[in-house]
Design a protein. Structure first.
Length: 314
């Protein structure tokens, strides 16, 4: 089975060689590697060119800067393997990363997910079992906090599912695009299996795009809409599961407000208006007391009171 590994690269020279070396050291060797340089200003481009001359499995791709979503989409369109694996250029993988996936592969309708390590410690807390999405879709997310684990790495994606359903990362947003991609992908599966393996090493870098807190309310609105759509798709019956989904949705909404509360009242009123139309009784029912107040302030569209309330909370 040929695996296509997609690595978006942007100003990653400090960690890039460790990332590439870890991929080339895999015990499972039947892969093609796309190192896609997203207009880096450091010497990342020279590094990937040098590696591509040494190993025929490596494809060095250079493009003007357009963001990580578009860069991953270039990899999706270029991939020839049955499976697509995403690895971030500042992370690295253990030697058996691909082999663990291959040994547990059953069919393209089953998504395999591994744990993730940070500083040598497991940061995900999955239940090691197989979930049938026909009956356990909501449990899958609630029991494993998957709305917090939408990142594309440490997952074994079927290229046929991606291509047949024209799934791509949204290039219009800078936060939550990986979760949206994941939610859309899950809709086309029959099973999700968590493997008792932790071979992906995540490097936390303060100030990176993934840790940045500078995203527009419009960005958060799109993520909120996709979570709401997924709630409807899941046909959730359990109040415990509903509470989980709406809590995460509220986290998104309130994060967007907190990050944009400083902008002009007219601008925040305009950007909050779509939320007024899309939050409903369930958002109120499963909200904390503080968020019930926030719900009412959004509904009456009182930006003056909203700003005063957020200042009071601080």
């Amino acid at each position: 089975m040929l695996i296509s590994i997609v690595v978006p690269v942007y100003n990653s020279s400090a960690y890039l060689e460790e990332c590439i070396d870890s991929i080339l050291s895999q015990t499972y060797a039947n892969f093609e590697l796309y190192l896609i340089n997203d207009g880096s200003k450091d010497n990342s481009g020279e590094i990937i060119d040098a590696y591509s001359r040494k190993d025929s499995r490596i494809n060095a791709v250079h493009k003007t800067n357009s963001g990580v979503s578009d860069t991953r989409n270039v990899g999706i369109r270029s991939a020839k393997g049955e499976i697509i694996c995403f690895i971030d250029s500042d992370d690295w993988v253990d030697q058996d990363y691909l082999e663990v996936f291959i040994e547990n592969f059953h069919d393209h309708q089953t998504l395999l997910i591994q744990n993730i390590k940070r500083d040598g410690k497991t940061i995900s807390n999955y239940r090691f079992k197989n979930y049938s999405l026909k009956n356990e879709l909501a449990d899958l997310f609630a029991e494993n906090n998957l709305l917090r684990s939408g990142a594309p790495f440490a997952k074994f994606y079927s290229r046929s599912i991606i291509s047949d359903n024209q799934l791509f990362f949204n290039t219009d947003i800078s936060y939550g695009e990986d979760l949206i991609f994941f939610l859309e992908y899950v809709k086309h599966l029959k099973n999700v299996t968590f493997l008792n393996a932790t071979t992906y090493n995540y490097r936390y870098i303060p100030g990176s795009l993934s840790t940045s807190k500078n995203h527009s309310l419009k960005n958060y609105f799109l993520v909120h809409i996709k979570i709401s759509e997924f709630i409807n798709f899941s046909k959730i019956l359990s109040n415990n599961n509903l509470k989980y989904f709406y809590k995460i949705d509220w986290d998104m909404i309130e994060s967007g407000i907190d990050q944009n509360i400083h902008i002009s009242s007219s601008k925040i009123r305009k950007d909050l208006t779509p939320f007024k139309k899309t939050i409903h009784y369930q958002h109120f029912k499963f909200a904390s007391i503080g968020r019930k107040i926030l719900f009412l302030l959004i509904k009456i569209n009182s930006i003056r009171l909203l700003k005063a309330y957020k200042i009071l909370l601080k």
